[in-house]
Every structure is written in structure tokens, then in C-alpha cells.
Design a binder for this molecule. Structure first.
Ligand SMILES: Nc1ncnc2c1ncn2[C@@H]1O[C@H](COP(=O)(O)OP(=O)(O)OP(=O)(O)O)[C@@H](O)[C@H]1O
Ligand SMILES: [Mg+2]
Length: 410
């Protein structure tokens, strides 16, 4: 029986990875901090074979502790779920002589300022970017680089669209930069976050995500996903649809851009989640890459749409087995996130009428909880999942159900 060391399971894809490991008949040991493990839901704990406690905010200590653990336990593969620990996954795999990504470039997979440099060096189509500490620096750097407004301001290290805003004039840079610097540490480990701010040209056009399993330097692409976001100043995801309806040539161009990004970032074994936009007259532009499985229950969405289990394929890659990424079967799946219409006390969700395409209804916020009008993914109170035969049909079914859905707030 193979043994996998998973660095932190408390992430959206954690339970999918643990289920996939069980299906592959592999044992999973989870590396985390004792205090964080205390907060693990029972359902997650029950899927874990064993734990190793260390301080994941101290990379040298974690590397030493986990190397020792791997030696005594006989670990066959190292995996991760959480973006901020993907460099540790790469360094540990390298030290143990196991398959993994290039440790020298792994930091650029978690840090958007370093990622911009790596994508530029690799001639990958990406937004022109400057990295700064203050609004004043941002105004100068944008002028020097010739980047016009609107621009997108975001933390060098963060996720979930936290602190990301679209800025249309220099006067608004100050508040956007301050917002982007609101998170000196990331919960739940207290990992220090780079306080630099990334400011980049605004790329118009539809947005997609493409997951890719890398094994022995070969890339296995999962079906393309269409990403839906709010418009205006803040861009939080409102949902995803898989597969995205695109021409074969359009899909090919996105795959080529994503592969160039993966090469530039040293992603050669594991899985990557690449977000791209297709700008009119310009073609694909890589917004960001995570050297990890997607969040937002996309593992479930992709599997329901296509029959392909990307968590399984990821584990196969790190175990140095050929990943199962067959031709997708015909089908489509959509996820839509529910948010409160305004700040107040959440009461519940009512969906009027019958919706045959609605296959999952998950309300994650208890009634009576105070909900705010947050502009990022923390505003969600739950999500709905739909399946149909085609993307057009599932988008239409989801739109109809959402038109009959009320998120009640008092
Ligand atoms: N340069 C850009 N041009 C246009 N839109 C952008 C740009 N950068 C970011 N966005 C929009 O803002 C969203 C969030 O940005 P980004 O993905 O960089 O941050 P994040 O915190 O990692 O978000 P998430 O975890 O939600 O993907 C993107 O999905 C996209 O809609
Ligand atoms: Mg993103």
C-alpha cells in the first residue's frame, strides 16, 4: 500500500484528495499544526490515516521535521492542497528524491509578484505588472511602464479575490493599495504574507480556468471551465461552468498559453490551476497559476461534467503513475455561489418551483449568522450545483433557478 504525505488537508480540495487516495488504496498522512488539526471537521479527520505535527510557518523546521518523518514512515509521494504550502511540497519532494515541481521556481507559484517576473522571463502572455509597497510608488511605476488605467490592484500573496480591486483613476490607488495590504498573515497557521502589492493592466474579455496534471514533463489537460465573476470594482467569482463552450482553435490557444506558464513556473509533476482571459484582438492572457488543485468545488464540478477525477489524476502523478485523464464523457455541470443581497442577519434560502437540473444545494452558513456585504469570496453563504447535457443548457437551467432563489436576510 502506497503512502502519501499531504501537506495540510484543510482546503477546499482536501476531502477530494483523501477520497481519491482511498480509491487508489493509498494511505494519507497529513502534515499540519496541532492547533489547526484541533479545528478539523470530524468528517475530514476520519479520512486521514495519520498525522505529523510541525510548524508550517517555519519552512526550515518543517522541512527537517517532515524529512525525518518521511524517512521513518517510508513515504512514496508528497502532495499539497493549499497554495501557500506548494513551495514546501516542492522542496520536500526534491529533498526526498520524489517527483515534484522545480523547487527553485516554486515560490513564484504562490507569490503573484514573483509570478509576474517568471511569466515575463518565460515570454508567457500575461498582464503587464509592477510590484510596489505604496500608492505613490504605484503611480510612478505605472507611468514608467506606460500602463494606462484601469488597472487591477491585488495582494502579492492572497486568494479568494480578497483585496483585489479594479481601479480606474490615480486618486483611487491609495485606498486600493491599503486594501491589498490588509492581510499581514494568513489564517489558520499565521503564515506571514508578502506585503508587496501587485498592480497590473486590466485585461478585458471572458475568463476561464484550465486544470492540468503534469507527469514526467507531459501535460494532461482537464476540460476547460468558464468562470463567472461580478463586474465593477470587485471581482468575486459568482460561479463556474464546465465545459466552457469554445471553438477547438480557441481551446488550443488557451492550452498553449497555459503550458507556457507551467513551463515558466517549473511545474513538471503535479497539478496546476491556470486562470486565463481571452482579450479581444490579443488572444489568451494568463491571469494566474496555482500549483494545486482548484478550489470552489471545481474537482466535483469537473467530475460531474466529464467523469474525470482530477484529484485521482493528481495523486497518480505524484506517485509517478500515468494519470487517468480519459476523453471527457458528454455532459455539463455548473456551480453558482449564493450571496446575501445586503448586510444583515441570514435567515435562509428559498427556491421556488421545480428545477430538475439542480443536483446539489449546500448552505454553509447557519441561520442567524450576521452576514456582511463583503466584496470577495467570504460573502458566500452556500452554493447550488446543476447538471445537464450541454453547457448552454446548464447555464440556462442555473439562470432560471437563480431567478427563483431568494437569500433571506433580516
Ligand atoms: N489583470 C487583470 N485584468 C482583468 N481582470 C483581472 C486581472 N487580475 C485579476 N482580475 C480579476 O480579478 C479576479 C481575482 O484576481 P486573482 O485571480 O488574481 O486573485 P485571487 O485572490 O487569486 O482570486 P481567486 O482565488 O478568486 O482566483 C480574477 O479572477 C479576474 O476576474
Ligand atoms: Mg485567481
Amino acid at each position: 500500500m502506497k503512502k502519501i504525505l499531504l501537506i495540510e488537508a484543510l482546503a477546499n480540495s482536501g476531502s477530494y484528495v483523501l477520497d481519491a487516495a482511498a480509491a487508489l488504496d493509498a494511505r494519507v498522512f497529513v502534515a499540519t499544526h496541532e492547533d489547526v488539526y484541533e479545528g478539523y471537521p470530524t468528517a475530514l479527520r476520519d479520512k486521514i490515516h495519520g498525522t505529523v505535527f510541525t510548524d508550517l510557518t517555519d519552512p526550515d523546521r518543517a522541512l527537517a521535521d517532515l524529512t525525518a518523518f518521511a524517512g521513518t514512515t517510508g513515504i512514496d509521494a508528497v502532495a499539497g492542497c493549499w497554495e501557500f504550502f506548494t513551495p514546501l511540497v516542492a522542496h520536500l519532494a526534491h529533498r526526498l528524491g520524489l517527483p515534484g515541481n522545480d523547487p527553485l521556481r516554486a515560490h513564484a507559484c504562490r507569490n503573484k509578484a514573483d509570478m509576474a517576473q517568471a511569466l515575463l522571463a518565460g515570454r508567457v502572455p500575461a498582464p503587464r505588472t509592477v510590484s510596489v509597497h505604496t500608492a505613490e510608488e504605484a503611480a510612478h511605476a505605472l507611468g514608467r511602464a506606460g500602463i494606462p488605467f484601469p488597472v487591477v490592484v491585488k495582494p502579492a500573496e492572497q486568494g479568494g479575490s480578497w483585496g483585489v480591486s479594479v481601479v480606474d483613476s490615480p486618486e483611487r490607488l491609495d485606498s486600493a493599495v491599503r486594501l491589498a495590504r490588509s492581510w499581514p498573515v494568513a489564517a489558520p497557521h499565521g503564515l506571514p504574507m508578502d506585503q508587496r502589492v501587485v498592480v497590473q493592466e486590466y485585461v478585458p474579455g471572458p475568463e476561464f480556468s484550465l486544470d492540468t496534471v503534469a507527469w514526467r514533463d507531459k501535460y494532461f489537460h482537464l476540460p476547460l471551465v468558464e468562470k463567472h465573476t461580478t463586474g465593477g470594482t470587485f471581482r468575486a467569482e459568482t460561479g463556474h461552468t464546465c465545459p466552457a463552450a469554445l471553438t477547438p482553435a480557441g481551446l488550443d490557444a488557451l492550452r498553449t498559453a497555459a503550458e507556457a506558464a507551467l513551463r515558466a513556473l517549473g511545474i513538471r509533476n503535479g497539478v496546476a490551476h491556470t486562470e486565463l482571459k481571452t482579450a479581444p484582438g490579443r488572444g489568451p492572457v494568463v491571469i494566474e497559476v496555482g500549483a494545486r488543485l482548484p478550489g470552489d468545488h471545481l474537482v466535483d464540478v469537473v467530475r460531474r461534467a466529464s467523469g474525470i477525477d482530477e484529484a485521482r489524476a493528481y495523486l497518480q502523478a505524484v506517485l509517478d503513475e500515468e494519470p487517468d485523464v480519459p476523453e471527457p464523457r458528454r455532459g455539463a455541470c455548473a456551480i453558482r455561489f449564493l450571496t446575501p443581497p445586503r448586510a444583515g442577519t441570514f435567515q435562509g434560502v428559498t427556491i421556488l418551483g421545480r428545477h430538475d437540473a439542480l443536483v446539489g444545494r449546500h448552505i454553509t452558513t447557519p441561520a442567524g449568522t450576521a452576514v456582511g456585504d463583503a466584496h470577495d469570496n467570504s460573502a458566500r453563504i452556500g452554493h447550488l450545483v446543476f447538471t445537464a447535457l450541454t453547457p448552454a443548457q446548464v447555464n440556462a437551467d442555473a439562470a432560471r433557478a437563480l431567478a427563483h432563489t431568494r437569500v433571506e436576510v433580516s
